[in-house]
Design a protein around this ligand. Structure first.
Ligand code: EPU
Length: 417
């Protein structure tokens, strides 16, 4: 078990370099087995979710090498094997092996996936889609067995633009016979990254970034390369940090177009922000205006930036509203923020936030990845020392967070307890 100790109230200055996107990398790694050869994935973030996926690849007899942030995966000699609870529980994205193995092997045995406790997280749309492609699904207590003699392309209508279902169904359908059309698909930039990778290995997928994705299969695949796109959620978290306590804090290696929902809100609040081609420079701004935030699917305001943003709302002059629409349980960090001095009232999936409030260091608990990141931001502007426990949640998704923050002047350390 690790805890994070933060001495707050220091101005942050310098440059934070953003790594590869977690939510792209965690799908690209399982997708690599669809090449049936050697894949090179560049700019892979150094996060514990990466390590959990590498362990699953090794279980499946893939050759894996990691040098700095370049991951090489050779799945030529893949041997299918049940993915047990110990591995699948370590992260949500273990479920991308459902689509990838069903596509390649037509058989998958996997325990239910893990991930943050931010809602009930059903996977009914994934399973319905696999069935529509011709798979049969047995559900045993904590385990799924998916099998098919062959997969046949079909029309799949998603009732919600689910990121995970869109990706999983693309993975399964590259080896399906004929045309699969996914209607009401998610449009996140990460999905374009996955489709580019699959097309690089020989797949025939059209419509990336739109809500209609067409996959024509089966295609013959070969070795391929891809670079993980920059993490817009990591970037968004540090941009918000800049608005809280930055002194010309530069957030570098980003794609500003992916962050427009956030930067538009920051401008509306009156934040001191300068947007360049691949970086944003941001400083603490006094007298921030209160605003209303409602999280939506891409290109709306990202649910994953809502919790960090709630910390900035505690510093606005007046009453702000933070409304979550994707996950039922995105307010796990609020009791900790209130313990530190925030005035936040939660009503179901919404929160009313009164500001500005002075925050004071306390001992708090990271209940989930983005809620944990919100507590790091709060600790960095609080008077005194903040101790965050259960930081494993944070390390799942923010690479080298302590080093990156220390390099810009934060007083933060990780301690084994
Ligand atoms: N949903 C269903 N049935 C399904 C699938 C989803 O009802 O079969 C519902 C979910 O319960 C939720 C909504 O649809 O209410 C959205 O779920 P989605 O499938 O889009 O989310 P996900 O793929 O499980 C990914 C990210 C999340 C991010 C969401 C939304 C990964 C590994 N996770 O989750 O990231 O919040 O998309 O953008 O890509 C995070 O990084 O902290 C994180 C939670």
């Amino acid at each position: 078990m690790k805890q994070m100790i933060i001495e707050g109230n220091h101005k942050l200055k310098g440059t934070i370099e953003i790594g590869g996107a977690k939510n792209s990398a965690v799908a690209l790694i399982p997708a690599a087995i669809l090449a049936k050869g050697k894949c090179i994935i560049k700019n892979v973030p150094n996060i514990s979710d990466r390590d959990a996926l590498i362990d699953i690849l090794k279980l499946l007899n893939c050759d894996v090498t990691l040098e700095s942030n370049i991951l090489t995966i050779d799945s030529t000699n893949l041997k299918n094997a049940p993915i047990g609870a110990e591995l699948s529980n370590r992260l949500r994205a273990s479920y991308y092996f459902m689509g990838a193995l069903l596509g390649r092997e037509k058989y998958v045995e996997i325990n239910i996936p893990g991930g943050c406790n931010i809602g009930s997280r059903p996977i009914d749309m994934h399973l319905e889609g696999f069935k529509a492609l011709g798979a049969t699904i047995e559900t045993h207590k904590d385990k799924y067995i998916l099998k098919a003699d062959k997969l046949i392309g079909t029309d799949i209508f998603l009732r919600f633009q689910s990121v995970g279902a869109t990706i999983n169904l693309i993975l399964a359908s590259v080896y399906a016979e004929g045309t699969t059309i996914i209607h009401n698909a998610a449009c996140e930039a990460e999905i374009i990254n996955i489709i580019d990778f699959l097309n690089n290995m020989g797949a025939n997928i059209k419509g990336a970034g739109s809500s209609t994705i067409t996959i024509t299969g089966p295609t013959k695949h070969h070795d391929a390369e891809i670079t993980v796109l920059p993490d817009r959620i990591e970037a968004g978290t540090y941009i918000i940090l800049g608005a809280l306590c930055g002194d010309n804090l530069c957030i570098k290696n980003i794609i500003p177009a992916h962050l427009e929902a956030l930067t538009t809100k920051l401008k509306e609040m009156g934040a001191n922000i300068k947007i360049n081609n691949d970086s944003i420079i941001i400083s603490e701004t006094k007298d921030l205006k209160p605003i209303n935030i409602k999280t939506l699917v891409y290109p709306g305001f990202p649910t994953d930036i809502g919790q960090p943003m709630s910390v900035l709302l505690t510093q606005c002059h007046g009453t702000s509203l933070f409304e979550e629409t994707i996950w039922e349980n995105r307010m796990g960090h609020v009791p900790s923020l209130n313990k530190m001095g925030a005035k936040i009232k939660v009503n179901g999936m919404s929160a009313i936030i009164e500001g500005p409030t002075k925050l004071t260091g306390k001992e708090v608990i990271a209940t989930d990845l983005r809620g944990g990141a919100a507590l790091v931001l709060a600790g960095l502007i609080a008077e005194g020392t903040t101790i965050i426990t259960d930081v494993e949640h944070i390390l799942r998704g923010y690479e080298n967070i302590v080093t990156k923050l220390t390099n810009v002047g934060a007083k933060i350390e990780l301690k084994e307890i």
